[in-house]
Write a protein that binds this ligand. Structure first.
Ligand SMILES: [Zn+2]
Ligand SMILES: [Zn+2]
Length: 368
């Protein structure tokens, strides 16, 4: 059935987001409709409003949400009404070569589901009846969303929705970069460049995995203070040093793992330069498509360094989302503390402004 829903929409790159009442159609074959309970506000949503992420507007934002299944399409057997689910902006077909080798974030069909559902169409229309694209095949910054089951992960209904939502992007991206991409060994020395929602999660991932030293690097003292609460042992404010990489090296002797959580060539260079011999730099931040970086080539063989990327924390969402929420339930990951502030959907523009101002570890839109 069609449902009316308030939704946060980008109408035009460079303009503030707006809240509209849209129509969300019921599920087609292989799809489910979810009543969204909570949706995190992510820098990638902002990037979609500026054109840094080039999903064509008009676009329903949101890719980090949790909610309850309210309608199930034909042929769906793994979900039923009442199930709690978290959105995954990576569409995982489960059958292609990458999926079956355990790398679903690299699913060969994922590119079919960037700003539409995997079949290339959408279930969202504005008040004029015009189609609205959906961020990452999700578009979950809305009261309802119809998604393909390949973009949904069932989770324990005992986890509060606003905490569960965050595993869909920030937590999975940061913690997964440490657990899955880097496979950080206990006793390692690590540095995290850029302390947003993802960076904080990289820090707590390092702490949970048993890192000996964790250096947080940012330009904002408030964020560096948050980083300490999430397990950073040292901090570097880049405004107070000439060369952040050298400052990290002075503290640690060169790190075994550096996590770049900004998405900018010069920061990737800093992360790489902060490595000790045998170190690995993991690029987590999503850069502009034209952005470039450079490394001193000789250091790759001579120091056996590694420069690699991490997409959604190299997640196997069906396995990792429940696993991470289990670590939260066991008291080993902080998710409550990540949520600095919640907003009603009417205040979405404020939530974006607060993110730009660096006020929140995470701001979350909560729905009635
Ligand atoms: Zn995100
Ligand atoms: Zn696949």
């Amino acid at each position: 059935m069609d449902r009316q829903a308030k939704a946060v929409v980008c109408r035009e790159w460079g303009q503030p987001v707006q809240v509209e009442t849209i129509t969300v159609e019921g599920p087609k074959r292989g799809e489910i409709t979810i009543k969204i309970a909570a949706c995190g506000v992510c820098h990638s949503d902002l990037s979609a409003t500026t054109g840094k992420i080039q999903y064509p507007p008009p676009l329903v934002l949101g890719h980090e949400a949790a909610g309850v299944v309210v309608e199930v399409g034909e042929g769906v057997t793994d979900f039923q009404e009442g199930d709690h689910v978290v959105s995954s902006f990576i569409s995982m077909c489960g059958k292609c070569r990458q999926c079956v080798r355990g790398r679903p974030v690299l699913c060969e069909h994922a590119r079919k589901a960037m700003f539409t559902l995997p079949d290339g169409t959408v279930r969202t229309k504005d008040s004029q009846g015009e189609p609205l694209n959906v961020f990452g095949a999700c578009g979950v910054m809305a009261e309802y969303a119809t998604m393909h089951v390949d973009n949904c992960v069932k989770v324990d209904d005992k986890v509060p929705m606003q905490n569960a939502a965050l595993v869909g992007c920030a937590v999975m991206t940061g913690v997964g970069a440490v657990f899955n991409t880097a496979k950080l060994e206990p006793g390692s020395r690590a540095a995290v460049f850029g302390i947003g929602g993802v960076g904080l999660n990289a820090i707590q991932g390092c702490a949970t995995a048993g890192a000996e030293m964790i250096v947080a690097v940012d330009n904002n003292d408030r964020k560096l203070a948050m980083a300490r609460e999430f397990g950073a042992t040292h901090t570097v404010n880049i405004n107070e040093v000439d060369d952040p990489a050298r400052a990290v090296k002075k503290l640690t002797g060169g790190v075994d793992y550096a996590f770049e959580c900004v998405g900018a060539g010069p920061v990737v260079e800093q992360a790489y330069k902060s490595l000790g011999r045998g170190g690995t730099a993991v690029v987590v931040g999503v850069a502009d498509p034209k952005d470039k970086t450079s490394v001193t080539t000789l250091t790759l063989p001579a120091d056996e360094r590694t420069l690699k990327g991490s997409w959604l924390g190299s997640a196997r969402p069906q396995h990792d989302f429940p696993r991470i929420l289990g670590l939260y339930q066991a008291g080993k990951l902080k998710l409550d503390e990540l949520i600095t502030r919640t907003y009603p959907i009417e205040d979405a523009a404020q939530a974006f402004d607060d993110m730009v101002a660096g006020k929140n570890a995470r701001g979350v839109i909560v729905f009635d």
